[in-house]
Design a protein. Structure first.
Ligand SMILES: [Zn+2]
Length: 94
């Protein structure tokens, strides 16, 4: 049975062992705040924070923004402060 499976797997294998099409498409994300040391997150700067929310006004997850854990917390806090002073919406009207 094991031999049979091995044979089946080898049939369509015209590429090398390390090649994985799923992994090839993944581009390593770099934290936007770590990469740019001069960038300071400001809750009064709506244009800056709009990069971290979607069209519904939700805060984007780390897997989308690529922010590190520390900076994601800062982003979240800044967005929430901006919502409180009515710079950003809590929920965008659709
Ligand atoms: Zn960071």
């Amino acid at each position: 049975m094991a031999d049979k499976n091995k044979k089946r797997n080898n049939r369509n294998k015209d590429y090398d062992d390390d090649y994985n099409p799923k992994l090839k498409k993944i581009k390593k994300k770099v934290c936007p705040l770590c990469s740019d040391k001069n960038l300071v997150l400001d809750f009064k700067n709506a244009d800056q924070l709009k990069k971290f929310i979607n069209d519904k006004g939700k805060i984007l997850p780390r897997r989308t923004t690529g922010a590190c854990a520390k900076h994601q917390r800062d982003i979240t806090l800044a967005v929430k402060r901006a919502r409180h002073i009515a710079i950003l919406p809590y929920a965008a009207k659709d």
